[in-house]
Design a protein around this ligand. Structure first.
Ligand SMILES: [Zn+2]
Length: 260
């Protein structure tokens, strides 16, 4: 039986970029606003956070911002992160603080997903071993090694597994080497599958379009993952959530409201 009790999407920032970054080969010159999200899953066995957003200091301290975001090697431009977007602020809205998080599950280690790790350094950090290896080797320019090089309690995973009853890690490589999505079985409502960056936009799912950035340019691997997630959603009756889709996010229940 599922141990999940409640589920919240948390807005941790915004990013404006060319749509080609989300939809491979589509959207030249089209600029989109993307939410940067984390997700809180409250279970009978503790609280799980899927992703942790950006590092607030790298976004907002001028020296760091210049070094990480405003240089020619970084193709995406700086995201926006307000005080209220910080993990601690979002958790506070729910009467929680960082120490209330037991497990952090990182779908992948790009800057907009793993930058907040230092805020939850006490927790067990779940990540696919292939992801940690690729990130440490800086397989692409969206990994900031400093985000994940601290003394974290890594719980490296080699396969799909049950995080806790009702929460399952799903391997969905393609955007990155060891990308993981998550299946969440709610106590009452339909299950939710967090695609993570296997699908930034609803369009990636509907039209089966790969993300702009693919590990080793293996578009076919990314497309396999999109089809796999869609097929699990059909088999289980789950809602499949894209990760950086503003219109989708705006239709979601907003804090402190939750899914259960
Ligand atoms: Zn992302």
């Amino acid at each position: 039986m599922t141990q999940v009790r409640r589920f919240w999407p948390l807005l941790t920032g915004m990013h404006r970029y060319e749509k080609t970054l989300s939809t491979r080969g589509r959207g030249d010159g089209v600029i989109i606003d993307a939410p940067i999200l984390a997700y809180l899953i409250e279970t009978a066995n503790g609280r799980i956070l899927y992703d942790v957003g950006c590092d607030y200091n790298k976004v907002n301290q001028p020296g760091l911002r210049q070094r990480y975001y405003e240089n020619e090697d970084f193709p995406f431009g700086p995201p926006e992160m307000r005080e209220e977007d910080r993990l601690a602020s979002r958790l506070k809205q729910l009467g929680l603080s960082a120490v209330d998080i037991d497990v952090v599950f990182i779908g992948h280690l790009h800057f907009d997903h793993a930058g907040g790790l230092s805020c939850v350094a006490h927790a067990d950090i779940h990540v696919h071993e292939k992801e940690l290896a690729a990130a440490t080797a800086q397989a692409d320019g969206a990994y900031f090694v400093d985000d994940f090089s601290g003394a974290y309690q890594w719980r490296k995973q080699a396969n799909e597994y049950e995080v806790t009853p009702g929460v399952r890690a799903i391997e969905s490589p393609g955007h990155t080497a060891g990308h993981m999505s998550m299946y969440i079985e709610l106590p009452k409502g339909r299950p939710i599958i967090l695609a993570g960056d296997a699908a930034d936009l609803q369009e990636n799912l509907d039209d089966e379009v790969a993300p702009g950035l693919c590990w080793r340019d293996e578009e076919a691997l990314a497309l396999d993952s999109i089809r796999k997630l869609k097929s699990i959603a059909v088999d289980t009756g789950a809602d499949l959530w894209p990760n950086h889709d503003m219109q989708f996010y705006q239709r979601c229940r907003q804090l402190p409201d939750f899914y259960s």
